[in-house]
Write a protein that binds this ligand. Structure first.
Ligand code: FES
Length: 139
């Protein structure tokens, strides 16, 4: 009899692993599959006016349904780095333009722009007069 080889995606847990995890947590294997999170790698241009220092910082953020770039920045601020500076909601619907930043070189309004299916993005200030991180002066 000939041995059969089954290839599987090594980045995903096998069925036996899911079944074991389900026994431990009292969940079914399908619960474990649907609970697997997707992430976006957000690279953010930081600027510290106190130190006159610029750098790029990376954050791995879990994606959620309908996530906008504003909610992505809020998630980082609330869960990962409370020193991150950006303009939070004013109008919250894309009409006042105060939250403007650049994503992959293109100016957007983060409150009205969904993250979509992007896996990695570069967020930068949308202007040259940077006050701190993504906050620019409108003078
Ligand atoms: S908060 Fe007004 S455009 Fe984003």
């Amino acid at each position: 009899m000939k041995a059969m080889t089954v290839e599987r995606d090594a980045t995903r847990p096998c069925h036996a692993c899911l079944a074991r995890a389900a026994e431990v947590k009292g969940k079914t294997p399908i619960d474990e599959v649907t609970a697997m999170e997707e992430f976006i790698q957000a690279r953010i241009a930081r600027y510290s006016p106190d130190e006159h220092k610029k750098w790029i910082e990376e954050f791995k953020v879990p994606l959620s349904t309908g996530m906008t770039f504003q909610t992505l920045l809020r998630y980082i601020y609330e869960n990962m780095d409370p020193t991150l500076s950006f303009r939070d909601y004013r109008c919250g619907r894309g009409s006042c333009n105060t939250c403007r930043i650049k994503v992959d070189g293109k100016a957007i309004k983060p409150c009205a722009t969904p993250v979509g299916s992007a896996k990695e993005v570069l967020l930068e200030p949308a202007g040259t007069k940077v006050i701190k991180d993504l906050v620019i002066s409108y003078d």
